[in-house]
Design a protein around this ligand. Sequence first.
Ligand code: NAD
Ligand code: DAU
Length: 350
Amino acid sequence: MKTILITGGAGFIGSAVVRQMINETDYKVVNVDKLTYAGNLQSLVSVSNNPRYKFEQVDICDAAEVSRVFREHQPDAIMHLAAESHVDRSITGPADFIQTNIVGTYTLLEAARAHWNSLEGERKANFRFHHISTDEVYGSLGDAGFFTEDTAYEPNSPYSASKASSDHLVRAWHHTYGMPVVTTNCSNNYGPYHFPEKLIPLVILNAVNGKPLPIYGKGDNIRDWLYVDDHARALRTVLETGKLGETYNIGGWNEKTNLEVVQAICVLLDELHPQGAPHANLITYVADRAGHDKRYAIDATKIADDLGWKPQETFETGLRKTVAWYLENTDWVKGVTSGEYQNWIKKQYA
Ligand code: NAD
Ligand code: DAU
């Protein structure tokens, strides 16, 4: 039975990966997470009692603790998702982004390299370091074209610059030390357990509570949306079958303007939560994000052709599931919006 060490497993995408690995494979999973404001163990209650799941509350910048985790758990592979992930926060306070996304990735790479060097035979040959990154490293597109794996890096925000730096470190560790790495760059995820600072969960919860739905600028910026479980499935595919040293773009072929996304949420809520309809009356245009990237669009041909992955959800099916999930999972929502999820975590580990 293989052991996968997943960093950031208490976050939005990491928790989807952990749930999928526990429910659909026989891997042991070690979740390494510092539990920042974005880490929520309530997203993992469905798997936390499984004997194949272990949690380590560790900061990936803490070299001694990271090395201890490697020594104790002897992983066969790493999936590195831990990061500061919110662009707006990176604009108002970039320091944590530099620390976790760059220094943290470096610290993890060094611990992983020491561990990999200590392995022998098949375990050494099969070891993988999978770095999970973003399409934002490629910068912003005009009206036409797509990001491919060959697109030059042009990160524009402190967040995307920190992620681009981490991608380069991973690439260099492969080139210089021969570390067995794969990197994925994905478009915007949405789905259950998404922290309500990001557009889709923020708009769903504000609309349900009769609060304004803030749209930056004119709402004509474009993002390419992917349902989070499709991303988790893609990550597993790349971990298990990706070619070492390669990068794979992951996207949903679902380009929408922000206004289209918010309007689609309002239409679904008018049907599923008619109190307060029409919810679109709450749409409010606010000041634009500084340096706001205009358009992202992923060409996901390589992962489809080489590894056979395709998304299962369309934007329409995925968004309906997401809105319904937020309406049904009131305890999780209450925990997050009241801040109680952080006290709950402290009580579990007191
Ligand atoms: P998230 O903010 O929801 O979760 C991040 C997790 O990392 C949290 O559990 C947090 O506690 C943990 N963490 C933060 N700093 C840490 C540290 N120093 N040590 C240990 N743990 C730490 O993020 P997400 O949206 O789930 O994104 C996960 C990864 O996927 C990130 O690397 C992000 O760049 C990438 N990504 C995200 C998206 C998206 O749309 N959300 C798209 C493409 C790529
Ligand atoms: O493209 C992948 C990236 O997608 C990930 O790497 C990031 O971690 C993830 O946060 C996401 O970044 P975005 O900045 O695209 O996501 P966000 O949900 O913050 O914003 C989506 C779009 O909606 C963006 O154009 C800004 C806009 N927006 C956002 C918020 C929070 C609004 O108009 N109003 C809002 O209140």
